[in-house]
Each structure stands twice: as structure tokens, then as C-alpha cells.
Design a protein around this ligand. Structure first.
Ligand code: KIV
Ligand code: ZN
Length: 515
């Protein structure tokens, strides 16, 4: 079953499951659906859409993604418990191709302290869980959590039994990011050497990045026979994150001379996926991050610029175009009509209803009046804002007095459940004044965890894109807002976060009622 002699490596994206487990990186249903669409378009083989037993929200996300995704296998995670597996199977039912991914810790440390189970009981649970999962689908993945710190004899025994019970993929997690490449590669090789039925399964890697080695470990796994890599966009994930999808895919592509393995990824979608994940989660990408950082293809030093102008290959080992990084497209100016605007939206992947289209077009005209050049990124930021028709709180207007003399004051109007409310507030600076005004109109206890501004494009007339993260009772939400005025963008982002918080509160209340 393992086609180590075919050199195709499956890409298993777990941005919406392991990535989302990273504190503060929560995504709502609409955001997950958008990401799933981008991952599918990109050619991701398996999308791990969530952990259905974890919450009703996770169940719903997996279920909705299972309904719409056709090009990728949709996967749901389950512990080694029958009720977990049943819930995953139920969520995945609508999928054209589904996978159940079940896992159990196998390291001495995890078995003794976390599971408080004897190895024999763990082994039996592996067999029972895989057997049960196979009653729903013939695509079952099993993972020995903390696999890299598991005793080899026990690991081989569990892997062999999992395959015998019907697992078609065996995934080896370096759960705590402890392994080094040579060691991880040798572990994968050891499984091929010692597990008699290993050829009946595909071997996968799942590496965390605590020592910054997740990508190197994954590639060592591939070099030793693994033919699936689990990874996330931008390396999102708990603690230091998971192996970054874009780095693995581009390393395999760029160094195909030494690593003759292929993926099915259309690499030109990488930048789009990276920006979407950064935007949704508020986890911005560091400028010097490989492949997707803002400086990844920038050449500052004169000597480098000179070289690149003479021959791009002097300092560029891959082209910006290969990861979908084109020069920003100049879209339209203030004379562009509604029809052209609708066409542009279609090209960017947005299909808006008439009302949303009218509102977006009005904001586009306002933007074109203020800003000399309007780029694709501007339109995306603006439409992201506009796709919030169901929000209970809507931004109406903001007037701010700022500067060194103080007091900084914000006059704000919000539409709350269809009625416009106004207030005036002061604060320690214009942002504080604006947020205080919002708090007066929408009293709440949520704590501001993150306030982040970045320019959508270049220039002083660029739109600001603001991310606000709020936390309430251990739950976090990220809100986004864009405008050429940073304070208006800030107010929009805060309002967006409050709307998400309200949806989350309602869902939590419903979950409590149905529990
Ligand atoms: O890191 C890990 O061990 C995991 C498993 C659930 C595969 O995420
Ligand atoms: Zn993990």
C-alpha cells in the first residue's frame, strides 16, 4: 500500500485543527469555509478540518466543510474513544471522501502521567479504536502521540496492530518538537525495517517546531520513506507551531535534484493562503519568514539588487511568481463602474449579493477618492469588511480629536440591532478613546489581548488593516477592520471582534443547554 517507490508526497493540512489549537488563533465557521476553499484550490490532498467532539463549533465546521469540499479528502480527529470516533464519523458523513484520524499516546511519560494506563491497555485501545473507525470508512489514520519519545519495541507493536486492525495511514508525531533530523529519519526507517506489514500503510510525519526543526525533520522523514507530511500554513500551531506547508512544498520543489519527490500543490496559491491565515487569526508573518515573509523576495543591499537585475538567479533560488507573489495589480480608479467592480470581485473570488455589492461599491468609490492607486489587496480588505451583513453591531461613523494637546476624544455612532446609538468618550490616546466609546455603547467585560495595525499596501495613503483580539471567559476572538483612516479601521476591527464574541456566547449557551 505504501508507495515509497512512487515519489508522490501527500500534503495533509492541519491548519484548522492543530493550527487552530494555538492560543488566540480561533477561526469561525465562515473563516474555516473560506480557508477550506483555498486549500482545496491549492491541491491539498487531505484537509484536517477539526476535532468534532471538542465542541459543537468544531463539529459544525467539519460537517460544513465535508459538504462543500470535493477535491480533497476531509479528515476529522478523534481520541481513542468510541464516542469520539462516532462524533467524527457523523460530522464527516456528507464528505465525498472522508478520513477518520484517531490517536493515542504511546510514550512511557504520556502513558504513565497523562493517560494513567498500562501499555497493554493502550495497545488494546489502539486496536479497538482503529477497528471501530474502520466501520465508518476504509480511510483510517492512526497516530501514536509523542511517537518520537516512544520505546521502539512498543511503537513497532502498536503500529503493526493498528495496520492489522485496518489503519491505512500511520502518522508519526514529534508531538513536543524534540527530535533532530537524523534521529527522526532513522525512526521512520526503523519502522520500515521492523514492522512486517508496513507496506499495507502510508507513513506520515507530523512534526512540531519547538527546536525550529519541524520542516527539517519532516523532510528527513520523506527521505526515509514517509509519503505524507502533516503541516500548517505559516507553520501555525501550538507553542512554536507545526511544520510550515509552504516551506516543505517549496523545499521539495526547489531542491528536486536532491529530493526527487513531488506534491500536488499548485504553489502559486501559497501567498494567498498565507495572507488569508494571517488575516483570519491575527498571527502576522514575521518579515524574514521563509517563502511568505514580506522580505522573502526583497533585495535591499545594492550589490544584491544589481545582481538580481542582471540575472534573477544570482540571489533568487525560486521566483516570487512561483509562490503567487506578483507585483500588486493596479485595479481601477475612481472612474471605474459598478460592472467592472463586480467583475473584479469575481476575479478575486467574491460573489456578493446586491445589497452587499452596493455597499462595497460605495466604499470602493470613497476609497478611490482618497487613495491614488487602488490595488487588489485593497479590494480584498474592503470586501472582507463588507461580508458581515448578519452582524448585530455595525460601525456608522467616528470623529476623533487627537494630537499632543489632548484630551483625545472620540465621538462614535454604532448601529445596534437596527438602531443608531451615539456617544462621546475620552481616553489615553485616540485609540483608547475610540475603544472606550465602543465600550460605553456595548458594555462588556472582554479583555483586549492584541491590537495590531498593518498597511495593506505601500505608501502613506495605504489602507490600514487592524486586528483586535478579545478574550472573555477563556475564549478568544479576532476582529479585523480596514480603512485609510487607522482609527476607523480600529473601530471596525473592535466591532467585528464584539460581533464574533456575541456569536460565540450564543453558541456556548446553546451547547450548555444541550449538554
Ligand atoms: O502533535 C500531535 O501529537 C498531534 C496528534 C493528535 C497527531 O497533533
Ligand atoms: Zn500536533
Amino acid at each position: 500500500m505504501t508507495d515509497t517507490n512512487t515519489n508522490r508526497v501527500l500534503i495533509f493540512d492541519t491548519t484548522m485543527r492543530d493550527g487552530e489549537q494555538s492560543p488566540g488563533a480561533s477561526m469561525n465557521l465562515e473563516e474555516k469555509l473560506r480557508l477550506a476553499e483555498v486549500l482545496e484550490e491549492m491541491g491539498v490532498d487531505v484537509i484536517e478540518a477539526g476535532f468534532p467532539i471538542a465542541s459543537n463549533g468544531d463539529f459544525e465546521a467539519v460537517n460544513e466543510i465535508a459538504k462543500v469540499v470535493k477535491g480533497s479528502v476531509v479528515c476529522g480527529l478523534a481520541r481513542a474513544a468510541l464516542k469520539d470516533i462516532d462524533r467524527a464519523a457523523e460530522a464527516l458523513k456528507p464528505a465525498e471522501r472522508m478520513r477518520i484520524h484517531t490517536f493515542l499516546s504511546t510514550s512511557p511519560l504520556h502513558m504513565k502521567y497523562k493517560l494513567q494506563m498500562e501499555p497493554e491497555a493502550v495497545h488494546d485501545a489502539v486496536v479497538d479504536s482503529v477497528t471501530h473507525a474502520r466501520t465508518f470508512t476504509d480511510d483510517v489514520e492512526w497516530s501514536p502521540e509523542d511517537g518520537t519519545r516512544t520505546e521502539h519495541d512498543f511503537l513497532c507493536r502498536c503500529v503493526e496492530s493498528a495496520i492489522k486492525a485496518g489503519a491505512t495511514t500511520i502518522n508519526i508525531p514529534d508531538t513536543v518538537g524534540y527530535a533532530i533530523p537524523e534521529e527522526f529519519g532513522a525512526l521512520i526507517r526503523m519502522l520500515f525495517d521492523r514492522v512486517p506489514n508496513i507496506d499495507k500503510a502510508r507513513i506520515s510525519t507530523h512534526c512540531h517546531n519547538d527546536l525550529g526543526l519541524a520542516v527539517a525533520n519532516s523532510l528527513a522523514g520523506v527521505a526515509n520513506g514517509a509519503r505524507q507530511v502533516e503541516c500548517t500554513i505559516n507553520g501555525l500551531g501550538e507553542r512554536a507551531g507545526n511544520a510550515a506547508l509552504e516551506e516543505i512544498v517549496m523545499a521539495l520543489r526547489t531542491r528536486n535534484d536532491l529530493m526527487p519527490y513531488g506534491t500536488g500543490i499548485d504553489t502559486e496559491n501559497i501567498t494567498k493562503a498565507s495572507r488569508l491565515v494571517a488575516n483570519i487569526t491575527g498571527f502576522t508573518v514575521q518579515p524574514n519568514k521563509a517563502i511568505v515573509g514580506a522580505n522573502a523576495f526583497a533585495h535591499e543591499a545594492g550589490i544584491h539588487q544589481d545582481g538580481v537585475l542582471k540575472h534573477a538567479g544570482t540571489y533568487e533560488i525560486m521566483t516570487p511568481e512561483s509562490v503567487g507573489l506578483n507585483k500588486s495589480n493596479l485595479v481601477m480608479g475612481k472612474h471605474s463602474g459598478r460592472h467592472a467592480f463586480r467583475e473584479k470581485l469575481r476575479e478575486l473570488g467574491f460573489e456578493l449579493g446586491d445589497n452587499a455589492l452596493n455597499d462595497a461599491f460605495r466604499r470602493f468609490k470613497d476609497l478611490a477618492d482618497k487613495k491614488k492607486d487602488v490595488f487588489d489587496e485593497d479590494i480584498v480588505a474592503l470586501v472582507d469588511d463588507e461580508l458581515r451583513a448578519d452582524d448585530r453591531i455595525k460601525f456608522v461613523s467616528l470623529y476623533v480629536v487627537a494630537g499632543s494637546k489632548g484630551p483625545q476624544t472620540a465621538e462614535l455612532e454604532l448601529d445596534i440591532d437596527g438602531e443608531v446609538h451615539a456617544t462621546k468618550s475620552t481616553g489615553d490616546g485616540p485609540v483608547d478613546a475610540t475603544f472606550n466609546a465602543i465600550k460605553e455603547l456595548v458594555p462588556h467585560e472582554a479583555k483586549l489581548q492584541l491590537y495590531q495595525v498593518h498597511a495593506v499596501t505601500e505608501g502613506t495613503d495605504a489602507q490600514a488593516e487592524v486586528t483586535v483580539r478579545l478574550e472573555e471567559s477563556g475564549k478568544t476572538v479576532n476582529g479585523q477592520g480596514a480603512d485609510t483612516d487607522t482609527l476607523v479601521a480600529s473601530a471596525r476591527a473592535y466591532v467585528n471582534a464584539l460581533n464574533k464574541l456575541m456569536v460565540k456566547r450564543e453558541k456556548t449557551a446553546l451547547e450548555a443547554l444541550s449538554a
